[in-house]
Design a protein. Structure first.
Length: 465
């Protein structure tokens, strides 16, 4: 099958070809025709399968097929909601790249930066708005955006968007939208619980599930190394050094843990940087650019900060700490082994994490191979410490972060992210990334930087943008 057979316009096809793609991925083959029919959709695909293009391309086509007012400000006709600023920016790049030859306008908005530039750009009118829920509610509260003419709603990373911490914001956004609209839910995984919740929001939806739920790519070589918690950093440094690894993505459970590990690696002579929700957008962008360019060898990330990272042919992913949510393991290791490339995913597991490992293996329906490393055998006298809300006794961990998703594919189909132009956005920033508990309502004052005034509408919103 080719993109020509999917019912896309010549201008969209030209943009796809200019991105270097000619064959749609399975998720695109199945999702695009359904979306073009105007049906609601729930689509699940493994990370790295090109699911962003799976909704971006047909949404662009549908907007081309409908007329817009000749006079007055362009109304927002397509709204794409994402849980994090990184993912929002990445989707914005896709929208810009594939609408290159169209007259459609797009904008990306998220918290952590001044809201004023975003308000100014909205005044010019946009057809497609990519947003995090909190900043969208801020803009709506200040009457800077009109959502009354939205025809298509896309929830990307829908499992986490509808999960704890985001459902309240989503419901508030839904209340602002027209009752008659097309709804598209995309995610790497959908639990049965989330499917049940999502079914209440969709009308007679089509369901597309390309890969078996919660599976890891067969291109990824997985392994487990049992090691005492206090020796994890030593082992990681040795593996990087002896293996001459030049590009490694390492996951920790908390922002503090990411900072601390990056500092220790740098002291070991291994260039490293941390990215997480407390880092400014500029710092995160620089760290990622340095990592891609080879300026640093190790990028230490929390789950949500790494969401949407699109790094071509990333060879190594290390779980320095196992995630609390088993599905997050699939998302983490999905950063490597993309498209036709192979990758390696290594988990350093201490005695505290044995239960987490069992939960992951139960999800995968397989045992991950164990590799014993001479000199790093665990001390059998050490007793397991409980991991309470993701924190171990020694200060690691954090509560289960939102699941990974996104990613692109090189096998002839548009990948998520890519090197397309960035959609015009009102700033690059955020106020966290879903790594902390929902924040308390602010006591008065203007809403800014991703925070929202709590009034009659009530409710709390996640600090995860």
């Amino acid at each position: 099958m080719s993109f020509d057979s999917l019912g896309l316009s010549a201008d969209i096809l030209r943009a796809v070809e200019e991105q270097g793609y000619n064959t749609p991925t399975p998720i695109q083959q199945q999702a695009i025709p359904v979306v073009l029919q105007g049906r609601d959709l729930m689509a699940s695909a493994q990370t790295g399968t090109g699911k962003t293009a799976g909704f971006t391309l047909p949404v662009l086509q549908l907007l081309l097929n409908t007329s817009v007012p000749i006079q007055g400000r362009r109304p927002v006709r397509a709204l794409i909601l994402t849980p994090t600023r990184e993912l929002a920016a990445q989707i914005g790049e896709n929208v810009t790249a594939y609408s290159k030859h169209l007259s459609l306008r797009s904008l990306v908005v998220f918290g952590g930066v001044s809201i004023n530039p975003q308000m100014m750009k909205l005044r010019g009118g946009v057809d497609i708005l990519v947003a995090t829920p909190g900043r969208l509610l801020d803009l709506e509260h200040q009457r800077a955006v009109d959502l009354s003419q939205v025809q298509i709603l896309v929830l990307d990373e829908a499992d986490r968007m509808l999960d704890m911490g985001f459902i309240h914001d989503i419901r508030r956004v839904l209340a602002k939208l027209p009752a008659k609209r097309q709804n598209l839910l995309f995610s790497a995984t959908f639990s049965d619980e989330i499917k049940g919740l999502a079914s209440k929001l969709l009308t007679n939806p089509a369901s597309v599930e390309v890969a078996r739920r919660n599976t890891a790519s067969t291109q990824i070589e997985q392994s487990v190394h049992f090691v005492d918690k206090r020796r994890k950093r030593e082992l990681l440094s040795q593996m990087i050094g002896t293996g001459n690894w030049q590009q490694v993505l390492v996951f920790t459970r908390t922002k503090h843990g990411a900072n601390h590990l990056a500092e220790l690696l740098n002291k070991d002579g291994i260039t490293a940087a941390a990215i997480h929700g407390n880092k400014s957008q500029g710092a995160r962008t620089r760290a990622l650019a340095d990592f891609k360019a080879g300026g640093i060898r190790v990028l230490v990330a929390t789950d949500i900060a790494a969401r949407g990272l699109d790094i071509d042919q990333l060879p190594h992913v290390v779980n320095y700490e196992l995630p609390n949510v088993p599905e997050d393991y699939v998302h983490r290791i999905g950063r490597t082994g993309r498209a036709e490339s192979t990758g390696e995913a290594i988990s350093l597991v201490c005695v505290d994490e044995h239960k987490l490992l069992r939960d992951i293996e139960r999800l995968l329906k397989r045992e991950i191979p164990r590799i014993a490393l001479p000199g790093y055998e665990p001390d059998p006298s050490i007793k397991a410490e409980p991991i309470v809300n993701g924190r171990q006794g020694s200060g690691g961990g954090g509560r289960g972060a939102p699941r990974q998703g996104g990613g692109g594919q090189r096998s002839g189909a548009p990948r998520q992210g890519g090197n397309g132009q960035r959609s015009g956005n009102g700033g690059n920033g955020g106020n966290g990334s879903g790594e902390s508990r929902p924040s308390r309502p602010r006591q008065g004052g203007a809403a800014h930087a991703g925070q929202r005034r709590t009034g009659a509408a009530g409710g709390r919103r996640s600090s995860g943008e």
